[in-house]
Write a protein that binds this ligand. Structure first.
Ligand code: NAG
Ligand code: NAG
Ligand code: NAG
Ligand code: NAG
Length: 555
């Protein structure tokens, strides 16, 4: 329609003019002075390297101004007293937004969808535009508005009942993006879907891993859930999971990429003295939604993973080698399992160990600014997780208490520290978080192996806290003789994997599987992805010294 055609015509011209100006050194004063072509208004259209010096010249009040700002939630007016959200934008001074639900079409029994209405008026110049991010915990989308009128954003169909309920109750959150951040938006576009619990999010995870890790994700023949016989599973058998959807999927994707592991989660099988099969897992979500260490009956765990786990996990069972099965001391393993039962999973440590790695390398599309933007949107949508994940850890780094993210950025800037510097302040051993100290993921399993005697006789010179998931599955602890694998193992797959994939649409890859003889001091002073007893990888990272990036929050 007219508006978009106008945009199409106008924008390239303006961009070209500005690029030209920018390429010739200092910006012509003329451009800065002659309204209504305000360069600030064009920032959203410019590539980041061009927009950035401009942005600084335009005298930002504070670096926190670069973060997306929550302006309101579009809700259904009426009902429980909800009114249209109203706010002042950067370009349009008067804006209103509200939500309209659309019923499902009779026969398909779906949830229907909705429309976000957004009215923009009182633009301060004819070239300006406002950039918005619209988010629910299930989707993120963005748009920009150039003309003062009523705009609509269609949501074709709610992803799930949960999203429908969320929007009924909380509305769709609207964030105004600061000018100049279209680059950030593009990056968010790459990263945010990793965390959404949709088919779209799943594809984003697969695409990210294919692109950045060279993973293949070949589809395997059905059935995607094995008809396995639990009688063939023994104490010490290792479970590796690769989650590709939702919150866990997103974390795992980033973690896999950072650590080079092709799996993002682990658990271990354990038989009790009566022969009943259990699964020990660090990172199990209990009924209160907390992630803890737990020992669950096999049936319960398997039923959850095959029917309820919304992260669509791909799962492989790595059976222990015969001689190690014989060596495995169940009594000692149970003592350890009982000691750890119910302890919390170390969220903040995990997040920080990879944020740290990222901020040391900042491979595109991530930089500290994108990290901060993701945090901002997340803070709004899932405040509980946000608190446990980063605000507490960032406060600790500043020696403050209870500051929220923008306050943290302002405070850190006051002390002359850029945000990415703040992210890389090392964790201290004696910091205790409100949820206590914790063990996570693979450290839990390997610690149990150590207790059970699998690392003998070099046990005393193995520190499993420094192992990544990859370091665990490359150990030569597993059954290498294919004829000894259970008969149901990979029965219907044409490709015979050296381990048993028991669930998943995509064939799992574990490069280097079952090849490494453990040796004394293996993986000592390495950074690690899973942490144990309140330590994080950051400190050792500082010493192993991956190449430092130079992208600062404002530079
Ligand atoms: C549902 O109904 C609306 C209006 O009644 C229509 O515009 C839309 O195309 C329908 N959607 C489907 C999937 O049939
Ligand atoms: C197994 O571990 C228990 C508890 O640590 C110990 O008492 C027992 O001697 C161990 N058994 C063997 C065979 O080492
Ligand atoms: C593999 O296991 C089978 C059955 O236990 C055994 O007969 C065979 O000798 C083993 N092969 C090797 C190479 O160890
Ligand atoms: C751990 O040790 C193994 C074997 O030496 C090595 O291949 C691996 O890269 C190490 N892990 C890390 C994270 O450096």
């Amino acid at each position: 329609m007219g508006a978009s055609r106008l945009k199409l015509l106008l924008l390239p011209l303006l961009v070209a003019a500005l690029l030209f100006a920018a390429s010739r050194g200092p910006l012509p004063q003329l451009l800065l002075l002659r309204a209504p072509v305000l360069p600030g208004d064009l920032l959203p259209l410019l590539p980041w390297p061009v927009a950035q010096p401009l942005l600084r010249r335009l005298a930002l009040r504070s670096p926190a101004d670069l973060l997306p700002a929550f302006v309101g939630a579009a809700r259904v007016p009426g009902g429980d007293g909800a009114r249209a959200a109203e706010w002042k934008g950067a370009c349009f001074y008067e804006n209103r937004a509200w939500m309209e639900f659309r019923d499902a079409n009779g026969t398909d029994g779906g949830l229907g969808g909705g429309t976000v209405h957004l009215e923009t008026t009182k633009a301060h110049s004819w070239t300006c535009m406002d950039l918005y991010v619209f988010a629910t915990p299930y989707r993120v989308t963005w748009d920009y508005y150039f003309l003062g009128r009523e705009h609509t954003l269609e949501i074709k169909e709610w992803e799930s009942k949960a999203e429908y309920d969320y929007v009924k109750h909380n509305g769709v959150s609207i964030f105004l993006m600061p000018s100049g951040t279209i680059g950030t938006l593009r990056a968010l576009w790459d990263v945010f879907p990793l965390f959404t619990n949709t088919g779209w999010g799943e594809n984003a995870n697969l695409a990210f891993l294919k692109k950045h890790m060279g993973a293949t994700f070949e589809e395997r023949p059905k059935p995607w859930v094995s008809e396995l016989n639990p009688d063939d599973i023994q104490s010490g058998d290792f479970l590796v999971l690769s989650k590709i959807r939702g919150r866990w999927g997103g974390f795992e994707t980033l973690e896999k990429w950072v650590t080079g592991a092709y799996a993002g989660h682990t658990a271990v099988c354990l038989r009790d003295s009566e022969g009943k099969l259990w699964v020990g897992e660090s990172g199990h979500e209990n009924e209160e939604g907390e992630d803890i260490i737990a020992v669950l009956p096999w049936e319960e765990w398997w039923e959850f993973e095959t029917t309820k786990d919304d992260s669509n996990p791909q799962i492989a069972l790595l059976p222990l080698r015969q001689d190690l099965r014989a060596k495995f001391n169940e009594t000692a393993a149970w003592i350890y399992a009982e000691k750890m039962n119910g302890k919390p999973y170390g969220y903040h440590n995990m997040i920080f160990s990879w944020i740290d790695t990222i901020s040391n390398n900042y491979p595109p599309p991530l930089d500290a600014h994108v990290v901060a933007s993701v945090m901002t949107v997340w803070n709004k949508l899932q405040p509980d997780y946000a608190a446990s994940m980063w605000t507490e850890a960032l406060n600790k780094r500043l020696g403050t208490k209870g500051l929220d993210l923008p306050e943290i950025i302002v405070e850190s800037e006051k002390r002359g520290m850029t945000f990415d510097k703040l992210l890389t302040i090392p964790e201290k051993d004696n910091w205790v978080y409100t949820d206590g100290q914790s063990a996570s993921c693979v450290a839990y399993v390997l610690m149990m192996y150590k207790e059970a005697g699998l690392f003998e006789p070099i046990s005393s010179s193995i520190d499993v806290t420094e192992f990544t998931i990859k370091d665990a599955y490359i150990l030569n602890f597993f059954e290498a003789n294919m004829t000894r694998l259970p008969s149901w193992c990979n029965k219907d797959d044409t490709v015979k994997l050296p381990f048993c994939q028991i669930k998943g649409r995509y064939r799992m890859e574990l490069p280097g599987y079952n090849a490494m003889e453990p040796y004394a001091h293996m993986n000592e002073s390495q950074y690690f992805s899973c942490t144990y007893h309140g330590r994080s990888g950051i400190f050792s990272m500082m010493h192993t010294g991956l190449p430092r990036g130079t992208i600062n929050f404002l530079e």
